[in-house]
Design a binder for this molecule. Sequence first.
Ligand SMILES: *Cc1c(COP(=O)(O)O)cnc(C)c1O
Length: 390
Amino acid sequence: MSFFESAGVISKGRVILDGGYNNMGNIWKGHLDKVVPYKPGKPIEEVKREFGLKKIIKLASNESPFPPSPEVLKAIKSSASRVNRYPDGGCYYLRTALAKKLGVGGENIVFGNGSDEIIILALHALVGPGDEVVVADPTFQIYHIASMVKGAKLKIVPCKDYRYDIEKMAKAITSRTKAVFIANPDNPSGTYVDREALGSFLKKVPENVMVFLDEAYYEFASGGTYPETMGYIRSGRKNVIVARTFSKAYSLAGLRVGYGIAQKDIAEVLNKVREPFNVNLVAQEAALAALGDEAYMKRSVKAIKSEMKRFYRFFDSMGISYVESRTNFILVNVRRDSTALFGDLIKRGIIIRDMASWGLPGHIRVNAGLKEENDLFFNVFADIMSNRKK
Ligand SMILES: *Cc1c(COP(=O)(O)O)cnc(C)c1O
């Protein structure tokens, strides 16, 4: 028997395709009709072309305004000449260094093409049509989109005063729930679920429901009452996946390296569903070098935190309310047409994020850039606001 016969795809020379084949006009899975693709922040080059501008300031995608550390740049240059080879599919050196830093085993880590891929791998391995996924709203939209792609049913729990309503999320779990997503801190609000609230939430979640803790902003958030979740991994907690990334504090958004940390058996399942070479060779060596220069990352985080304080003072001085954030971005309630404001800012070369399409009309999200970029934002923003007053 051929492979295809034993797999049930071909039976006595006849091809059997399972599912989804309605007619020649519509061969795609029907539930994809409802999926709306993720709309990223406008790229700098696109704005340059569209508005004929030379200088653009992008404060829209929560990237680091700082280039990667010089050590990382060296690693990128030296790895470039070796890209004729496939990367190490197991990310051995990066895995070893990261496991040591986190105080977990190498077998507890799964790497992704950005931490977005860890979200997708988890859903790929966990959910199918009819399963339920509990998510907040508004929050990071990849959870909703990737769940819908899998045909899962979303149980959406609205945020309350820009915070996760974690008790309601626990109550939204049913016997069909496979996963709960918690962005901690949250994007776009920047608020976080503290150690105590997370601890009591986890006590309520059944063991067969996976809790996905998205800690993309961990390096900005850690300290105080922010939960240190590696303890859950070390103590053998069976239903937690923690995701972190090199995209934000480590200045590597463009290279795409993220990772999940979980029990060994979970990491093994996620490894089954990933592409064998999902983290490219340059990215692996750059991330390893970034780990080797923690001092650079810490200086970046410190500088960004001090710029965040300037944003608070600026909005305070304007009498504009915002949500205090444990990240590198701020959700601002501008109390006027945020889409028009976005348009006015972009004409003057400043890209921010209009939150109207995230279900927060009248709000923008802006991330801290370089000091001089932020100064320009303050000036232009104040100018636009004063012209709009009648
Ligand atoms: C930016 C971000 C991510 C991750 O991005 P990657 O670049 O894919 O690692 C994940 N979650 C949240 C909430 C984010 O804001």
